[in-house]
Design a protein. Sequence first.
Length: 153
Amino acid sequence: MMRFTRTGYYRETLEVVRRTHPGGSRRFTTFCNCNRKTIAVAFSEFEQRRIAKIVGGYVDSRRPPPQIRNELDLAFLIDKQSVILYEIRQIMGGSHVERPFAKATWVKTQQHWRIFWQRANLKWHSYEPLPEVGRLEDFVKEVERDPYCCFYG
């Protein structure tokens, strides 16, 4: 299961509108939200497909057998400039819970990926053995290797 939800975010544009004061000739400036939205995407379409190929290949290799995928599954999503790996578990009542466990964030100014893992307090912490990698393939290899058992426990 590959989801491409939240690949971009919407930023509402504010327009400067010059109006005349109703009681006189004074002019004033207001900022109005005119229901126009622009999409701000961190990755180009080409980069998104490259990320989907690299991370999707890793997720497909780690997915459980098809007969238990409705109870446990792995997936990823692209959120702004981050790639998040998460597991999907079925809980009582048939609903599903998504628990992220690894995140790589692209730092464009320094041209590298920062690696994070999520602790039990649900906050993202820098992955100390290897906080930065130059390529996304190295992030996938480090998650697979997982020497400190931060990602898969």
